[in-house]
Write a protein of this length. Structure first.
Length: 202
């Protein structure tokens, strides 16, 4: 499809498997998403449910949180206990970030977390996914790579990346801002869409 105006930020994140298992990390729980299109000039927060939050884990899991915001000071604070893996600014107003946290077997992840943009926003969105069957000590293989593009377009080429382990799980994370209307963005061939913040934000 064609957009009159589109800004798209894309991350590729590679989740590393348990080395003794000949299989890729497995999606855990139901992916969650949250958004707000209520404009604010002061600190603004989203409450984001976590996949199977409040339930004790039988195996280690990595929780990955993606945020996107359009703001005069576009950056979310790092959620408590999480690590920021990467951040990508499209321009002075639009930023996408990725955070992760590993929970050990027996841990009970919280039912939800709060993500906050201290500068306020025109809109803010977040999504959370979780995987088990991971390499808990170093859950991400080769970190993440990113790309962004602005203008009239029908597709965005993904960034190049290199895996170092067999059975890695590649996770795309992206948001689009602009004249998207009610159209959807089609996932690339061979990928599956697992979480969409329900936001038509302008």
């Amino acid at each position: 499809m064609s957009f009159k105006y589109l800004q798209l930020a894309v991350f590729l994140l590679v989740v590393a498997p348990v080395l003794l298992l000949a299989q890729s990390p497995t999606l855990y729980g139901t992916p969650q998403a949250a958004f707000s299109a209520t404009s604010s000039s002061g600190p603004s927060s989203l409450t984001l449910d976590l996949p199977s939050g409040g339930t004790a884990l039988s195996a280690p899991a990595v929780y990955i949180v993606e945020t996107g915001t359009r703001s005069g000071s576009p950056a979310f604070d790092v959620p408590s206990g999480f690590t920021q893996e990467c951040s990508l600014s499209l321009d002075e107003y639009d930023t996408e970030q990725l955070f992760y946290k590993v929970y050990s077997a027996g841990d009970t992840p919280p039912a939800s977390i709060t993500v906050t943009d201290e500068g306020g926003w025109t809109w803010g969105a977040a999504a959370a996914v979780a995987y088990t069957g991971i390499r808990a000590a170093a859950p991400l293989d080769n970190g993440c790579t990113s790309t962004s593009e602005s203008g009239n377009t029908t597709s965005i080429p993904g960034p190049s990346f290199t895996t170092t382990l067999n059975n890695d799980r590649v996770v795309w994370a992206f948001f689009a801002q602009g004249d998207v209307g009610t159209s959807s963005i089609t996932p690339s061939m061979g990928t599956a869409e697992i979480a969409v913040p329900p936001c038509q934000c302008s």
